[in-house]
Design a protein. Structure first.
Length: 456
């Protein structure tokens, strides 16, 4: 097997190795890195997952890409260390499940990607005695997951930008109470502004000496980890021998989670459908309907705040996966195979009212506790079943992703259900810790000066 190379979705940058794609983040032509070919599992391999632990499946998936860059033993140790927590599959009714991706150290699904990416970066940097400054923007949960995953590492510094008014107190405290090599900056703007700062800084010649790297959902190092839990859920709930296919519902913002699922599908995951559920930021559902992609600027504020994205960065990758080209502005340079996309995905936009009604309904009818993002996913699944009633079969396995712990959204839960969700261990004790962060205006020049003054 020869080494997989990674190309840029803008198609004008050189192809690079996994290590370079991981440490660079964004390609020099502004595109996102994609594997040139996606390795596939045999049916036998997928069958074997039912006998394996989560981290062993993680090893098998990662090894398909990394077999010639990391020794097996190192890789096994790395995934075992990264995935030392549970991935509960909760039965809601019949064969309809919620997969709880909220048992990691920051109680959101971002931990899955951040922990593995952090360890991969550390592996390569240690080997070469290099340093990096990770610059990342967060709409809520990425920031704390990244900050946590990199916290205390010697050769990596981290800066996290967040929109001052768009994250919850708890989300903010999960980042601002860490300190050490982690600097948190609030921007008086929206998530999209933070993300634009990150992108501009990467292309800023004045900042080259900083050795900037990204840890956003644009980094290839996050996609591989985000395809593992799809394989895991299938292995626990479905049978390859019986030819069973699975439905996943994915609450989506930047579409990194979904992109992981699409990669899993390319690797052989027997798929019935991805239900792609967004909040009122419905640029992708609209694109599926009309074939015209129009970014939403500024993005709309919804209670599922980590999904308030008006131009998902991973769209360029999804378009590339289906043979098209989309540039970083969101212009479709070459239309992808829309029919194939619709074959794999059902898209739907869910408003806040329905999100809250779903949260309440799922709790009262089934006793399952969700938070707003997971509720968007569940609502999306209900739309899909309404749209295709024949799929709502008692034997059909469907899994809706719960992407954060309900305790991260105490106000919403209290308002609608009347109680305070219990904190997971990882979130206890935050209130007492001291916060430290820098507040900056929504002005790139000021941000650049800050970087030069503090990191150059
Ligand atoms: C980031 C996030 C999402 C959206 O995931 P994407 O990969 O950006 O689509 C959903 N829910 C929560 C809680 C998140 O933090």
């Amino acid at each position: 097997m020869s080494q997989t190379l990674y190309y840029s979705t803008n198609l004008t940058a050189d192809k690079v190795s996994f290590k370079d794609a991981l440490l660079k983040g964004l390609a020099p032509d502004g595109g996102l890195y994609m594997p040139e070919s996606i390795p596939a599992f045999t049916k036998e391999e997928i069958k074997s997952f039912s006998r394996k632990e989560y981290y062993e499946i993680a090893f098998d998936v990662a090894r398909k890409y990394l077999h010639d860059v990391i020794e097996d033993e190192e890789l096994m140790a790395l995934v075992k260390d990264a995935y030392n927590y549970d991935v509960p599959l909760e039965k809601v009714y019949e064969k309809k499940y919620i997969m709880h991706l909220d048992q990691g150290p920051t109680a959101s699904f971002k931990d899955f990607a951040a922990r593995m990416m952090g360890r991969l970066m550390q592996y390569f940097l240690n080997k070469e005695n290099r340093n990096l400054l990770i610059l990342t923007a967060t709409s809520g949960d990425t920031g704390s997951a990244i900050a946590n995953a990199f916290y205390g590492l010697d050769n990596i510094k981290v800066i996290v930008l967040f929109p001052e008014k768009e994250v919850t107190d708890r989300q903010r405290k999960q980042m601002t109470t860490l300190q050490k090599n982690v600097q948190i900056i609030s921007i008086d703007g929206k998530f999209d502004d933070c993300q634009a700062f990150v992108k501009t800084a990467f292309n800023d010649r004045d900042l080259i000496s900083l050795n900037l790297s990204s840890a956003n959902s644009i980094n290839i190092g996050r996609l591989i980890p985000q395809s593992i839990y799809y394989m895991y859920a299938y292995s626990r709930l479905c049978s390859v021998s019986k030819g069973e296919k699975i439905i996943f519902s994915v609450p989506s913002g930047n579409f990194g989670d979904l992109m992981g699922g699409l990669i899993a599908h390319k690797m052989g995951l027997p798929l019935r459908k991805f239900v792609v559920a967004t909040n009122k930021n419905d640029e992708v559902p609209e694109y599926f309907k009309s074939g015209n992609y129009k970014t939403i600027v500024p993005s709309l504020n919804c209670i599922s705040s980590a999904m308030n994205v008006g131009h998902p960065s991973n769209m360029a990758r999804i378009v590339a996966l289906y043979g098209g080209v989309m540039n970083e502005k969101g212009e479709v340079v070459k239309q992808p195979d829309m029919n194939a996309m619709k074959q794999d995905m059902f898209t739907v936009s869910i408003d806040d009212k329905e999100t809250l009604a779903t949260l309440k309904m799922v709790y009262e009818r089934h006793g399952a506790l969700l938070e707003p993002h997971g509720a968007v996913g569940w609502a999306g699944l209900r739309h899909y079943f309404k749209f295709t009633p024949e799929e709502h079969d008692t034997e059909q396995v469907a899994v809706s992703l719960e992407t954060a712990h309900p305790a991260k959204f105490p106000k919403e839960i209290k308002n609608i259900l009347g109680f305070d969700p219990e904190l997971p261990i990882s979130l206890k004790g935050l209130e007492e810790k001291a916060e430290q962060f820098v507040k900056l205006e929504n002005n790139y020049e000021i941000f650049r000066q800050y970087l030069k003054d503090n990191y150059q």
